[in-house]
Design a protein around this ligand. Sequence first.
Ligand code: MGP
Length: 263
Amino acid sequence: MTPKYMRAKSLPLTDECHHWTKIGEVPWDLQKYWQQRYTIFPYYDEGIRLTNDAWFGVTPETVATRIAQDMGQIISPDKTTLVDLFAGVGANTIAFAQSGIWGRIIAIERDAATLACAQHNADLYGVGDCIEWVHGDSFDVLKYLTSPSAEDDDDAAAVKKVDVSRTALFGSPPWGGPGYVTDAIFDLSGMEPYNLATMHAAYRRMDHALFLPRTSDLRQIARLVPSGGPKIGVVQYCVKGASKAMVTYIPAQGEEGNAVKSN
Ligand code: MGP
């Protein structure tokens, strides 16, 4: 039986939720990222918190804002719920909430300290209350959200299920650390801990957007849909003229790989 998931209340900030103000406080391997703190979070000084691991993967605010706008344009307008599968410290989730496009935003994060940072940061941006936070493994939570069961909907504290036909997914997964830059073409089949095939298998029933290394192998992405199937979009997102990452926009598919028609 799929476990039931409750909406996560505001989790407490812990010793892992840092707001560094001087370079001397920052571990040497994170100093490069801390130097870019105002590109990542222009309101950093308001008290933005990050866990150590979050510095490697957090989306800079201009990129997050642009992705949020593009999601509204590229994903079909009948989608009203957005699930942010790897919320991290909240950069993308905040931008989705600020876009005002979605009737419902569910943000999932597995690590309690990271989720506490995301909730805190979203509150600083004044959008914390617009987001349903879920503490758990996103693959398990997604199974729960998409498996209909009326009895869970009677439980006021449980996260309400989603209507698959009206839901889009956004995934900014771990890429296996910053080492990805050494590959001229990044092999998405070797991405750790979740590779492209694993994610696509879990997400394919819904429109989904994946935030991936800028050098990702486009042939592997193209192979996700059969020829003649729905079109996949790929957008490179740049800061000061240099790509930071690409997002691939993948339409929902039925069992045969054909596009699922939107209403
Ligand atoms: P980067 O790897 O530090 O490259 O991150 P950059 O900034 O070009 O480095 P430089 O040495 O050229 O200055 C680029 C972007 O990739 C970051 O802004 C993050 O948004 C994103 N990113 C990096 N990593 C390692 C991850 C990851 O593991 N997961 C996700 N989702 N995004 C990541």
